[in-house]
Write a protein that binds this ligand. Sequence first.
Ligand SMILES: C[S@@+](CC[C@H](N)C(=O)[O-])C[C@H]1O[C@@H](n2cnc3c(N)ncnc32)[C@H](O)[C@@H]1O
Length: 214
Amino acid sequence: MMREERDRSLEYWEQIFEETRELKIQTDDWLDEFDSIIRGCSKPVLDLGCGFGNDTLALMQKGKQVIACDQCENALSNLRRNLPDVYETKRANMLDGLPFADDSFEVVIADLCLHYFTKADTLHILDEIRRVLVSGGHLFVRVNSINDVNYGACQGEEIEHHLYLNADGCLKRFFDEADIREIFGAFETVFLREERMMRYAADKYLFRIVMRKK
Ligand SMILES: C[S@@+](CC[C@H](N)C(=O)[O-])C[C@H]1O[C@@H](n2cnc3c(N)ncnc32)[C@H](O)[C@@H]1O
């Protein structure tokens, strides 16, 4: 990603978290089906691109220690205020690699945060996720679907297959199943389904994905 787009993305998200300090955390049940994997892991869980802390809270309610990680200081300070018992917060930009040792995690969550990058950057981030996962560890992901019409599906200038530069000057990718099978190809697919999410005001169409490190 170009420096300019990276800075714009950071500025865009910092502004959102500045404006939504009081927003109530909204958990949903997308991880519940995989309770045995999540509750069974012994290491802390990494919540990448944690944002408001929706998944951090859901994981804490499952009794997990969570490392909440985001590029935005405003997201992390909101999260620490709303969830003072969080195990750890870590500020990091995924484009710089992940600031964790090899084999640190049995479970990594990346909810709605892996669809902002060029294919090369996405593959680099996924390589990093594989590095920090133990062998047999699981990655839980949700990404935009090409059918996500209420949230700008395929609007703007297409700068790569299914990657768009939108009106905010930020990159946004919309996946189809073939994109997922290709981009996540280094993992074993455990679960892959297109779904409608009702966490936001309008229905959001996304893929729910569970991958296992081979
Ligand atoms: C749509 S929000 C999702 C937040 C949360 N995971 C959830 O589902 O509620 C996207 C999040 O990804 C973060 N993000 C985007 N690009 C990032 C990057 N390069 N490194 C780290 N975090 C990033 C944003 O700061 C934002 O918090």
